[in-house]
Design a protein around this ligand. Sequence first.
Ligand code: SAM
Ligand code: DTB
Ligand code: SF4
Length: 338
Amino acid sequence: MSVIRNNWTRNEIQALFDLPLMDLLFQAQTIHRQFFDPNRIQMSTLLSIKTGACPEDCKYCPQSGHYNTGLKKEKLLEVEKVVTQAKAARDSGASRFCMGAAWKNPSDKDFPVVLEMVRQVRDLGMETCMTLGALTPEQADALAQAGLDYYNHNLDTSPEYYAEIISTRTYQGRLDTLTYVRDAGMKVCSGGIVGMGETAADRVGLLQQLANMPAHPDSVPINNLVKVKGTPLADVDDLDAFDFIRTIAVARITMPASYVRLSAGRQQMSEQTQALCFFAGANSIFYGEKLLTTPLPEESQDLAMFRRLGLQAERASTPSQVMQQHAQANHPLYYAAS
Ligand code: SAM
Ligand code: DTB
Ligand code: SF4
């Protein structure tokens, strides 16, 4: 049987979650080493290009217009501002620049501006990623044409728990957008959020959906809910850190060749938990000042953690990134472990 499978049953995935932790971690790390260098981590930086006042009602999200979180709303940023931020991210060591907008979907008015952002950030020699909500097939094609490398669109949770979290869009709609992105030839970034009061079976259901897509997402962000005051999930119970680590490990085993991102929630997590996530197969993080609206650990703290763990930032290998590697030649991230 091939290691890359798209026919995982719920029972098989549940059985992985049920393993003794040491057996699960050993299996995940063994598979991880067949596909990746275990000491290299891909670094992405996020920028919110349009903030707040979103028409969707996602119960976890500080940017939904349905809840009062005291967030400062901002309309679509100017291209020049985005490019300045992308340069800064490149110079502090990120290889990918991810731009996120609090939209249900991009409007005809805003879309050309977004395409120009892709072109100009790409010209800096960075990988580009966007998350703009639902797309039409035509919009997906236009983004691919402009040179967008990745499109992020999360399934967030299991199909069963979805309606408890969001009422303004459907699971099938999310899957449809991912099909358009894949068909347009872009890389798919899709994952979810845990710690939203879901059951263990919902975490199984989420990973089953991701692992049984026609092709595994190239990048799988696993977010630990960032509880924001004013959102309906602000007071939900914490997920046991070991259950978070298990989710990462099962994502690694079921999607062996995908980047698994230790995504939102790092600021609230101990470095020991993060280290176990890396051991479980996480090999990508968000790095910089903040996620979209909530803070990340200080860059200096992340650098120190990398040094202590002997981890290095991944050097990208696409030709368009040679320029970037020159720019980063003396950056401490790349020398942390050498
Ligand atoms: N509006 C677009 C959409 O939802 O597709 C793009 C931006 S949205 C903020 C991107 C992703 O951020 C969501 O799919 C969700 O997984 C994640 N997210 C939002 N709020 C979060 C929170 N409080 N904690 C963890 N992840 C969160
Ligand atoms: C993803 O899965 N997580 C990122 C990115 N994709 C867009 C966003 C996390 C947002 C956390 C809450 C905030 O900072 O607003
Ligand atoms: Fe809007 Fe995206 Fe937040 Fe949902 S997750 S409220 S769609 S910004």
